[in-house]
Design a protein around this ligand. Structure first.
Ligand code: HEC
Ligand code: HEC
Ligand code: HEC
Ligand code: HEC
Length: 185
């Protein structure tokens, strides 16, 4: 019964986003404030973001939006589609579960599934030009380009840059259920 309800609910939400998925809707639901409606309540992610260079803690004063990293940026169709899928999953999860109980710490291991390279590349275009003087970095970014050109065992930016976007997320999530651990690398 619960399963059926869930399915009906998901279909309805997807339908809603597709039928009323005008620019305006897509726009409002792409703002950080919208994501924070639920994720503010899951404060750790938002706070860890605010402390990261990508949340604005950098000398340029620019910040990446939640959707820059968490939705594909290379095609509008993919973007809207993935957004509808996420929305259906997230809303149905909110209805049937308590998000506080979600396995956030464990789920970090799936980062390659919910963080998209296309957003990173939009800002870090120069990475793909391989013109740095840092040999280690050149070698690693070459691996990224080669693997992705071959289109098999492709790597993600976050396969290596595991924690970009949220400073000390692991520590913060750990300390929700455990005593403080002090400095954390
Ligand atoms: C209706 C409340 C709600 C809103 C609004 C919301 N989320 Fe979520 N989000 C959740 C819940 C609940 C989960 C955990 C369950 C799940 O993965 O579906 C989650 C999971 C996630 C995850 C982990 C995904 C995964 O595949 O494991 C990411 C990343 C995320 N949200 C980003 C966002 C972004 C970016 C936005 C804004 C576009 C957003 N969320 C808006 C409730 C919400
Ligand atoms: C620069 C890219 C970037 C930005 C911007 C960003 N994130 Fe993330 N996000 C990530 C990465 C990478 C991870 C995995 C990090 C880790 O494991 O330490 C992550 C993890 C998460 C998770 C945890 C998923 C889980 O199950 O543990 C949620 C939820 C989330 N982000 C939501 C958001 C929200 C909401 C915003 C905006 C306030 C945001 N993110 C901004 C890259 C980003
Ligand atoms: C809105 C533009 C934007 C997006 C999107 C973005 N970045 Fe960044 N990134 C920046 C800026 C600005 C800095 C800070 C540069 C500095 O301080 O020198 C930075 C710094 C970094 C750094 C070095 C600092 C650190 O935290 O270790 C890495 C690595 C990085 N970004 C990787 C990524 C990855 C991976 C993604 C995609 C998940 C991503 N970025 C998405 C703009 C962006
Ligand atoms: C195979 C591992 C690997 C992959 C995949 C990878 N990187 Fe890196 N990246 C590195 C290493 C290693 C460095 C050098 C770190 C250092 O020296 O501190 C680096 C450095 C960087 C920096 C810092 C640049 C600076 O001037 O300090 C940015 C930004 C960055 N990478 C973005 C990206 C983006 C965007 C992607 C995906 C398109 C990506 N990386 C994919 C390993 C990787």
């Amino acid at each position: 019964m619960k399963k059926t309800l869930l399915k009906i609910f998901c279909v309805l939400v997807i339908a809603f986003v597709f039928f009323f998925g005008t620019n305006a809707v897509v726009h409002t639901t792409s703002k950080n404030e919208f994501c924070s409606v639920c994720h503010e309540w899951m404060k750790p992610m938002v706070q860890a973001y605010a402390k990261d260079v990508h949340g604005g803690a950098n000398k340029f004063g620019v910040s990446a939006q939640c959707v820059d990293c968490h939705l594909p940026q290379d095609s509008y169709v993919k973007y809207v589609f993935q957004k509808a899928i996420n929305g259906a999953s997230e809303i149905s999860h909110m209805v049937f579960n308590d998000a506080k109980d979600a396995k956030w710490q464990e789920n970090r291991a799936n980062r390659e599934k919910f963080v998209y390279n296309s957003g990173c590349v939009k800002c870090h275009t120069n990475i793909l030009e391989l013109n740095s003087t840092n040999q280690n970095m050149l070698d690693m970014h070459k691996i990224y380009i080669e693997k992705n050109n071959l289109k098999k065992d492709s790597v993600s930016c976050v396969s290596c840059h595991k924690t970009v976007g949220h400073k000390n997320l692991g520590k913060v999530l750990f300390e929700i259920k455990n005593p403080p651990v002090g400095d954390w690398e």
